[in-house]
Design a protein around this ligand. Structure first.
Ligand code: FE
Length: 305
C-alpha cells in the first residue's frame, strides 16, 4: 500500500532554522525517515526567505526537487514553478540564490540521505573518493496541457534514461482515472499533487500531497477528485547502475566540468549564455562559470571521446 500524506496531515512537523543574514529556512516533512533507516524514502517541503543563498553542494543519494513557489536562480538556470530538477548522487549543483519571493520547493528522495548537504569546496575531496562516480543532473519544465479524453500523462523532456528514470505531468479531468507508469524497473515513484485532488483509499488528497510507491508495489491506479488533478509522477532510476547519460557526445572538441560533468561542446557553443556556436574553449570568457554548478573555467578538462 503506497504511503500518502497531505499538507494538512503534516503541517505540525514544520521546523524553522535561522541562517546567516537574518534569513530562515522552514522544513515540513511529508514522508520522514529516522536517521538509522537509510533504506526509507524521504520527502519534505522547504520554504526559504528572500535573499537566502545556498552554496553549491551535493548529496549522497539521487533526488528530485520540484519548485512550487517563489523564484530565484540555480547557477545559470532560472528557478520558478513548476520546475523539476533531478540530480544523481554525488553531483554538485548550485548556488541557489533566492529571488524577491523566496523559494518554496519539495525535495524527494527514494532513500534517506545519510548526511546533510556537503558543500564545495570543503567536501570536494569526498567526490574524489567515489569510484566510478558518474555525476549528472537535468533541469526541466513539465507541461500540464490537458488531453481531450480527460487523461494526459505528458513526459517531462530530458528526465529519462534506460535505468528507469522517468518524469511526467499528470492531468486528469474531474473524476477521470488512469494507471500510472510502472516504477518496478527503478527505485520507486513519487506522485506530487499540485492542484485539484487525487482520490486514494476513499479520501481526497489536495495540493500539496505526496504519495510514495515502492518498486514492488507496481503500477498504481489513480483517480481525480471533483476538481480534477494536476500532479507530477517521478520515477527513480535503479540504484546500482550509473551509465553515462545519452547526449554526452560532441562532434568535435569538448570540455567538461570535473565537478558535475556539464559538457561544453565547441561546435554547439552556448547561445543561451551568449557564446556563439564554434567558439573554441580558449575564446570562452575567463569569467565563464559552469551553468549547473558554478565551477570556474579552471574546473573544466578536455574530454576524450
Ligand atoms: Fe559543473
Amino acid at each position: 500500500m503506497p504511503q500518502i500524506a497531505s499538507h494538512d496531515q503534516v503541517r505540525d512537523s514544520r521546523t524553522q532554522r535561522d541562517v546567516p543574514g537574518g534569513h530562515h529556512v522552514r522544513r515540513t516533512d511529508f514522508i520522514a525517515a529516522p536517521a538509522d533507516r537509510p533504506e526509507l524514502p524521504q520527502a519534505f517541503l522547504i520554504e526559504s526567505t528572500p535573499g537566502h543563498h545556498l552554496r553549491t553542494h551535493f548529496h549522497e543519494v539521487d533526488q528530485f526537487q520540484v519548485v512550487v513557489g517563489g523564484n530565484g536562480t540555480l547557477a545559470k538556470h532560472v528557478v520558478a514553478p513548476p520546475g523539476v530538477h533531478f540530480a544523481r548522487r554525488f553531483t554538485p549543483y548550485g548556488p541557489l540564490i533566492n529571488g524577491e519571493g523566496g523559494i518554496q520547493f519539495f525535495t524527494l528522495r527514494a532513500r534517506r540521505d545519510p548526511g546533510r548537504a556537503q558543500f564545495i569546496p570543503e567536501r570536494r575531496a569526498r567526490l574524489d573518493e567515489i569510484p566510478d562516480r558518474k555525476p549528472w543532473q537535468v533541469t526541466s519544465l513539465p507541461d500540464f496541457t490537458p488531453a481531450p479524453g480527460g487523461v494526459a500523462l505528458n513526459a517531462i523532456p530530458g528526465v529519462s534514461n534506460a535505468q528507469g528514470l522517468g518524469a511526467w505531468a499528470l492531468v486528469l479531468a474531474a473524476g477521470a482515472g488512469t494507471t500510472l507508469p510502472d516504477p518496478s524497473a527503478g527505485d520507486g515513484q513519487y506522485v506530487l499533487v499540485l492542484k485539484g485532488s487525487l482520490v486514494h483509499g476513499g479520501r481526497d488528497y489536495p495540493g500539496y500531497s505526496v504519495m510514495w510507491v515502492e518498486p514492488g508495489e507496481g503500477a498504481q491506479a489513480v483517480r481525480a477528485g471533483a476538481q480534477g488533478v494536476e500532479a507530477l509522477v517521478l520515477n527513480f532510476p535503479a540504484r546500482d547502475q550509473l551509465p553515462a547519460q545519452a547526449g554526452r557526445h560532441a562532434a568535435g572538441d569538448a570540455w567538461h566540468c570535473t565537478l558535475c560533468d556539464f559538457v561544453y561542446d565547441e561546435a554547439a557553443g552556448l547561445p543561451a549564455y551568449g557564446i556563439a556556436p564554434g567558439t573554441p574553449w580558449s575564446q570562452v570568457p575567463a569569467d565563464f562559470t559552469c551553468p549547473d554548478c558554478a565551477a570556474g573555467k579552471d574546473g573544466f578538462d578536455k574530454l576524450a571521446f
